[in-house]
Design a protein around this ligand. Structure first.
Ligand code: URA
Length: 208
């Protein structure tokens, strides 16, 4: 699928392996989520629009560039929260809009419980942050909400995807590129990615 970007960057592969490890404790797990998010966002934002500008150095004038588009970070509560901070440090001018969706454990369908988006879009580029692209239901619904809001340029950044999630998201939103560190084997009968890393929310927040 040409809208899926699976990084094979050495740092990402190294950190992903530590993230998956069942022995990795919540503090280290949160650090790794933060670092992987920065690296994946670096890949996802390489085509952000720039305006040319000039800058005065101690030695004279140099050609420069400045970002022209306002970026929105959209973490999906709660597992997406750990992805915000590092990316925000790279883009301090970004706005952060939270969307709360949980997956009904019985139906596996997303249920919305928090959304405070303003009436009109305030950003030109939306980065949806959710580490695990499992069934794809939550991602599809989040992007439905953003498109109804009026968002035009949306990108999904996750850490691990299942093929089922990639297929569902690509089918529902073929215009949304997907950036992940890995696409794993499959989903199990209760909707967890195999081999995955377990529950990304529990492992970040120590609630397993
Ligand atoms: N959410 C998780 O946290 N892990 C999975 O494997 C699937 C969904």
């Amino acid at each position: 699928m040409d809208n899926v970007f699976v990084s094979n960057h050495a740092l990402i592969l190294h950190k992903l392996t530590k993230l998956r490890d069942v022995a990795t404790e919540p503090k280290k797990f949160r650090e790794l989520i933060r670092e992987l998010s920065i690296l994946l966002a670096y890949e996802a934002t390489q085509d952000l629009r720039l305006d040319p500008t000039s800058v005065t150095t101690p030695m004279g004038k140099a050609q420069g560039y400045q970002l022209t588009e306002k970026v929105g970070l959209i973490p999906v509560l709660r597992a997406g929260l750990g992805m915000v901070e590092g990316i925000w440090e790279m883009m301090p001018g970004a706005e952060v809009w939270h969307i709360g969706l949980y997956r009904d454990e019985r139906t596996l369908h997303p249920v919305s419980y928090y959304n405070k988006l303003p009436v009109e879009p305030t950003v030109q580029v939306c980065l949806v942050l959710d580490p695990m692209l499992a069934t794809g239901g939550t991602a599809v619904e989040t992007i439905n909400i953003l498109k109804k809001w009026g968002a035009k340029n949306i990108k999904y950044i996750g850490i691990i995807a299942a093929p089922e999630g990639v297929a569902a998201l690509s089918q529902a939103h073929p215009d949304v590129p997907i950036y992940v560190a890995a696409v794993d084997s499959h989903l199990n009968e209760i909707g967890y990615i195999v081999p995955g890393l377990g529950d990304a929310g529990d492992r970040q927040f120590g609630t397993a």
